[in-house]
Design a protein. Structure first.
Length: 228
């Protein structure tokens, strides 16, 4: 193999779209580049695939060592990008979608921050498009799977769950309809406990939890549409 052929060989990197509902908004974890190209722009966490390492093992390692994220409730492969022009070097990227429940608050480094998925800062390479692909994958799966378990706390009221779904879906949802749909599909169960009312008074709110902490298809043709 000549030198020109060697230079054309692509390296492989693993990237992660890590999403969490924070302060009622769907947010993505990004780190700020400190060198060219795209100095000062924001990028997805990740790195090169190690020798003898699977893609999933690679992205879990990079998330743990570079941005100190170990609290993923769900991780799945999102897409692979191989456009020769996507990077200044010849680099193939396999992106993953990772979800962090609302009750975790990872202690991220100073060059890393959460950003609203609907209002991204200046992004490096094609990472902005990858974030949007991850957001759309999540929205689709909230309709036909139980993936909400990976965003919600262990126990919650229906009103609290509504905040999570509203942030992730990008539109309002009815708490009554959400409860009816998820109970009918067998996604939720009551814990037998309730939360005391706040200062405004009212009745105690029943606490629920997801029946399974693993991804399951609950209705493959379902779509959670915005209210009319």
């Amino acid at each position: 193999m000549d030198k020109s052929s060697e230079s054309d060989q692509a390296s492989h990197e693993a990237l992660a779209v890590v999403l969490q509902v924070r302060d009622g908004t769907l947010q993505v974890l990004l780190w700020q580049r400190a060198r060219e190209p795209f100095y000062g722009a924001w990028a997805l966490p990740g790195g090169l695939l190690g020798a003898g390492e699977t893609l999933e093992a690679s992205i879990r390692r990079h998330l743990a060592t570079k941005v100190d994220v170990r609290e993923l409730a769900h991780l799945e492969q999102l897409e692979t990008r191989s456009d020769p022009a996507r990077h200044s070097e010849r680099r193939i990227a396999t992106a993953y979608l990772g979800l962090v429940p609302t009750h975790h608050d990872p202690a991220v480094p100073q060059d890393t921050a959460w950003h609203p998925a609907n209002a991204l800062p200046e992004m490096a390479f094609d990472h902005g498009a990858i974030v949007l692909a991850g957001r759309e994958r999540l929205r689709a799966k909230l309709s036909y799977t139980n993936v909400g378990f990976a965003l919600a706390p262990a126990c919650f009221t229906i009103s609290e769950l509504r905040v999570v779904y509203r942030a992730a879906l990008g539109h309002d949802v009815s708490a009554t309809n959400l409860q009816r749909v998820l109970l009918r599909r067998g996604v939720l169960e009551q814990t037998g406990k309730s939360r005391a009312p706040g200062r405004a008074g009212g009745r105690p709110a029943a606490l629920f939890r997801f029946q399974s902490q693993r991804l399951e298809i609950t209705d493959q043709f379902a779509v959670l549409r915005p209210p009319r």
